[in-house]
Design a protein around this ligand. Structure first.
Ligand SMILES: Nc1nc2c(ncn2[C@@H]2O[C@H](COP(=O)(O)OP(=O)(O)O)[C@@H](O)[C@H]2O)c(=O)[nH]1
Ligand SMILES: [Mg+2]
Length: 380
């Protein structure tokens, strides 16, 4: 065998080893449900909703929030609005006819980015449980009760949930979310999970901390900081939401690459947490470092060396490898891969993570972006 093929094979085995170990751990622990000791609870709630030019969908979002199965006298809505359209007028009008919930509307004169806006909203939130939700997501009626039941466990300070339906029907995103949900369950049963999701995250008000104004991963950053301060932060598959997503390769890049950038930067900023905080720093964080930072580069190098090796070995036929990857991408983004569609979803995520680390190395990645109008259409 030529040395290139040998090196590529070895690299692939090294890349895969932690995943195989994680899979083994999963099979051994068989985590299911939330690791929290859940019990019925009805704390007072601050719903935090950040809005930037959401006039198309904000009314539907408010309808959705008011349909939650929860005593609305216990709820306040804290909106932080940085729009240049009439989002805030729509919200104000909506609330003129309502007795409950209470509304706190923070009106920003100009858009400074999501993280500074959220810091203001968290500062203003006064109730016991603080729930952050994005405008372009839908919540089921039981979501507050499910979240409150988790926070009733004195060890647990934050909980996030599972995307049960990808609005717009992207199979790439659903495939990835399915895999991710198993990973996050295992992480939570080991100790705590890393990623917190924008459509729904709930926190103990007492545990809140300011986030980095430049953050592109605000929800995850908050959870990570809460874990570092000693609270447990978990994923519960019974806490659910729906969010819109694309399948197509190019369209996916904008949102996924930005999110990936936010997560990688966060891991690097908190590199001193590795090895600390029990299994969170000893298992969960290293696994995420491997998945988000090491694997994308290792896989790229493997592909390049493997292609060189295959060309030396088989001449022109060696190009079958990169052509195969191209074909995989072409079919995957069209949701045409059937049973291996989930594998494509992981590949797609690795592409975003690779592009994100390149962008970060080039010094890119600050805090504002365009609201994706096609995704708003999927929401409607
Ligand atoms: N107040 C405020 N809200 C923002 C800003 N940027 C985005 N948002 C809101 O934050 C939420 C998430 O934004 P979105 O564009 O959907 O992010 P994505 O889901 O990661 O693509 C939405 O409710 C937006 O309206 C901002 O600069 N200020
Ligand atoms: Mg969104």
């Amino acid at each position: 065998m030529n040395p290139f093929v040998l090196v590529a094979g070895t690299l692939l085995a090294i890349t895969a080893a932690p995943y195989v170990a994680f899979l083994g751990l999963y099979a051994w622990m068989r985590p299911s449900g939330s690791p929290a000791t859940k019990r019925p609870a009805e704390p007072t709630v601050s719903l935090v909703l950040p809005t930037y030019n959401e006039s198309r969908i904000v009314e539907a979002k408010l309808d959705d929030l008011l349909a939650l199965d929860y005593p609305m006298e216990k709820v306040e809505l804290v909106v932080v609005d940085s729009s240049s359209d009439d989002t805030r007028e729509i919200i104000r009008n909506y609330f003129t006819k309502l007795e409950a919930p209470d509304l706190t509307l923070i009106e920003e004169d100009e858009r400074r980015g999501l993280a500074p806006a959220l810091n203001e909203a968290y500062e203003a939130a006064e109730r016991e449980m603080v729930v952050k939700t994005d405008c372009d997501s839908k919540l089921p009626p039981d979501v507050l009760l499910e979240a409150a039941a988790n926070l009733a466990d004195p060890e647990v300070d934050a909980v996030t949930g599972r995307n049960v339906e990808v609005l717009g029907g992207s199979e790439v995103e659903s495939g990835y979310r399915g895999v991710q949900s198993h990973i996050q369950q295992l992480e939570s049963h080991l100790d705590s999970t890393l990623i917190f999701h924008g459509p729904f995250s709930a926190f103990e008000n007492d545990a809140l901390l300011p986030i980095d104004p430049k953050s592109l991963a605000d929800d995850t950053e908050l959870a990570l900081k809460i874990r570092r301060q000693g609270g447990r932060v978990v994923f519960d598959p019974s806490v659910t939401y729906k969010e819109a997503s694309h399948s197509e390769f190019v369209k996916r890049r904008t949102q996924k690459d930005r999110r990936a950038m936010g997560l990688i930067r966060l891991l690097v900023q908190h590199r001193d947490a590795l090895g600390k905080y029990r299994k969170y720093g000893k298992v969960v964080l290293p696994f995420n470092w491997w998945f988000m930072i090491a694997s994308p580069w290792l896989l790229t190098v493997t592909l390049v060396i493997g292609t060189v090796g295959a060309i030396i070995q088989f001449g022109g036929f060696g190009l079958a490898l990169p052509v195969g990857v191209g074909l995989f991408t072409y079919l995957g983004q069209r949701d045409l891969l059937g049973p291996v569609q989930a594998l494509y979803s992981l590949f797609d995520t690795q592409v975003s993570l690779l592009r994100a680390s390149v962008e970060l190395l080039r010094g890119k990645g600050d805090g504002t972006w365009d609201v994706d109008s096609e995704l708003r259409e999927a929401f409607e």
